[in-house]
Design a protein around this ligand. Structure first.
Ligand code: MG
Length: 341
């Protein structure tokens, strides 16, 4: 097997603001793993606040030697070896994991939802994300996302209620909320959770800073809607700390180092009786389609990263009537739109 990688930059349709920052581009690394003429595609998305970059990913990926493995099906061995090359580098690791899964699926001529035994018709509706913005922009974005049945609203600044009221002035679709650790006062967070319940919000993501374990546990105990750990849970081992503190977890391939560990997280969360959502960064349809393979097993999917960019170079899982529609294509179910690299 041979790994190659190419840096690329995604351009967002709109400047995106969440509690901690704003940005209009996202660096990604595209990977390919070739084996006996078959190519698997992967991707690392690296929003700057997570600490990875084109430079760190190139450094990490240049240390990955797949030529020593003869059997691509030894996913557990190969991916465990790669994980031990260096700590961190979760997105770079995910880019190898995704490409390897795509390759293996193609070699089996099966999509991953089939290999994992999931029903492709059980995919959830996806939520369409609206960043923190002025009422005028928020109203325009709600209109833009008209075909989606659920709207995810970013909170955590001083205009929380204004954001909700603005959206409620133009639509009665269900909402989900993500405070991105923006609330520092547990009583305010609980008060907001009750307000959000009244406004038909389905769940609340990362209400308080991840370090404030007691605060988040207090919010979960007093919240009428489920709380979901996002920033507080990166990988499988983090689940033991999230259990009892949050109602559920948000799994993202770029945090979990890819599909294999994401699947393990899904199973463990279920065994612990926790809710599961699957989310994303700003990504092309490559990583989104990989994540969507797991979506028949989750409660909620927030896989809209590819819809928010101008220059997607893959086509894969589509949204039909607001719901993920998995393709019959093998592997992660994508085709490359253009040979730009
Ligand atoms: Mg989040």
């Amino acid at each position: 097997m041979k790994l190659s990688f190419h840096p690329h930059t995604l351009e967002l349709k709109h400047v995106f603001t969440v509690a901690e920052m704003s940005r209009s581009t996202t660096p990604i690394m595209l990977t390919e793993i070739e084996h006996e003429g078959i190519v698997g595609y992967g991707e690392a998305s690296m929003p700057p606040y997570l600490g990875e970059s084109h430079k760190t990913a190139a450094e990490f990926l240049s240390k990955v030697d797949l030529s020593k493995y003869e059997n691509p099906f030894e996913l557990e061995t190969i991916l465990t070896d790669i994980d031990t090359i260096a700590p961190g580098n979760c997105a770079a690791k995910a880019s190898v994991d995704i490409a390897l899964h795509d390759l293996v699926g193609k070699l089996l001529n099966k999509p991953w939802y089939d290999i994992l035994g999931f029903d492709k018709n059980k995919t959830p509706h996806i939520s369409f994300t609206i960043g923190i913005d002025t009422p005028e922009v928020v109203r325009r974005k709600v209109k833009e996302g008209e075909e989606y049945k659920i709207i995810k609203v970013k909170l955590g600044k001083e205009n929380d209620k204004e954001m909700i009221e603005t959206i409620r002035s133009v639509t009665d679709r269900p909402l989900t909320a993500d405070a991105n650790q923006g609330w520092k006062d547990r009583n305010y967070a609980v008060e907001m959770a009750h307000y959000l319940k009244e406004k038909d919000v389905l769940y609340l993501e990362q209400p308080m800073p991840k370090e404030d374990v007691e605060g988040n546990a207090y919010v979960t105990e007093h919240s009428p809607i489920p709380t979901i750990a996002d920033e507080a849970v990166q990988r499988l081992a983090d689940l033991k700390n999230a259990h009892g503190v949050y109602s559920g977890i948000n799994i993202k391939l770029m945090k979990s180092t890819g599909m294999r560990e994401a699947h393990k997280m899904l199973l463990l969360a279920r065994a612990l009786g926790m809710k599961v959502m699957i989310g994303c960064m700003t990504e092309t349809s490559c990583a989104i389609s990989a994540a969507s393979q797991l979506s028949p097993m989750v409660d909620w999917a927030d896989l809209d990263g590819n819809l928010l960019i101008k220059n997607d170079i893959f086509s894969g899982t589509k949204i039909v009537d607001g719901r993920l529609k998995l393709s019959n294509k093998p592997g992660i179910g994508v085709t490359k739109k253009q040979r730009t690299l």
